[in-house]
Design a protein around this ligand. Structure first.
Ligand code: ADP
Ligand code: MG
Length: 253
């Protein structure tokens, strides 16, 4: 895999990670990660539990502070003292396994809270934007629904709509379907597939191999804190080079 194989490779990367290291105590969880994400690219990260996938994702928006290395977002060094981390975070949407909705707010208020509180949009404008995004995730009729009464799939679709309301430049997903009952995983993956088709830059940690294979432009396989292998999905799933990639994928056959 060369940079020339990735979509939009001619453009500057939206995210560039170089030499990223992170330890918790004496446990080195990320052991020198180099990774570029091109604008419009859909990258999936696969790998065993504990391999460092979430930590890598969390370093991309400084939910974790790297010990060494650099993360650039749109050419800005996230670790530079003059960088406004909050402004940058507003451009990076994140969706977690556990939804993290505000259960005391209805669906619409969940979506408008951040853009209004951060002064990005006026209330009426934020509501218009939110209704558009709720429609795009199939929840047009749920604007005034009680968040805590929604199904897991509906909650996760609200979480996606809410993130989109900030008009992010990139969306990060950390196992967005892992907490869902199998029969509703598909409705969330479908929303993500549409988002990818619409040109959103996405980094998706997932165990949904069909999604990685069919939707992503590039698959990164992590093993014990390093990128063990990466490439086009046809290559990773069809003809992986590393024995450890083969062993990992064999568990999903
Ligand atoms: P993955 O998402 O691939 O399952 P993680 O990035 O969550 O892996 O975790 C990698 C390793 O780092 C695991 O051994 C985990 O226990 C450890 N770890 C993650 N976050 C913390 C933390 N905040 N404190 C201590 N250890 C952590
Ligand atoms: Mg994880």
């Amino acid at each position: 895999m060369t940079a020339a194989d990735t979509p939009n490779a001619a453009q500057a990367p939206l995210i560039s990670v170089q030499g990223l290291r992170k330890s918790f105590g004496s446990h080195e969880v990320l052991k020198g990660i180099d990774l570029d994400v091109a604008p419009g690219e859909v990258l999936t990260i696969i790998g065993a539990s504990g391999s460092g996938k979430s930590t890598l994702l969390r370093c991309l928006n400084l939910l974790e502070t790297p010990d060494a290395g650099h993360v650039w977002f749109g050419g800005q060094d996230l670790m530079a003292p003059e960088t406004n981390v909050n402004a940058l975070r507003a451009d990076i949407g994140m969706v977690f396994q556990g939804f993290n909705l505000f259960n005391n707010l209805d669906v619409l208020d969940n979506c408008t809270l951040a853009p209004v509180t951060l002064g990005k949009l006026k209330k009426e404008e934020a509501e218009r934007v939110a209704l558009d995004h709720l429609a795009s995730v199939g929840l047009a009729d749920f604007a005034h629904a009680d968040s805590k009464r929604l199904s897991g799939g509906q909650k996760q679709r609200v979480a996606i709509a809410r993130a989109l309301c900030m008009n992010p430049q990139i969306m990060l997903f950390d196992e967005p379907t892992s907490a869902l009952d199998p029969e509703i995983v598909g409705e969330v993956l479908e929303v993500m597939r549409k988002l990818a088709e619409g040109g959103m830059t996405m980094v998706v940690v997932t165990h949904e191999m069909a999604f990685a294979k069919n939707v992503s432009d590039r698959v990164v396989f992590m093993d014990q804190g390093v990128i063990a292998e990466q490439g086009a999905p046809e290559k990773i799933f069809g003809d992986p080079e590393q024995p450890r990639t083969r062993e990992f994928l064999a568990r999903y056959l």
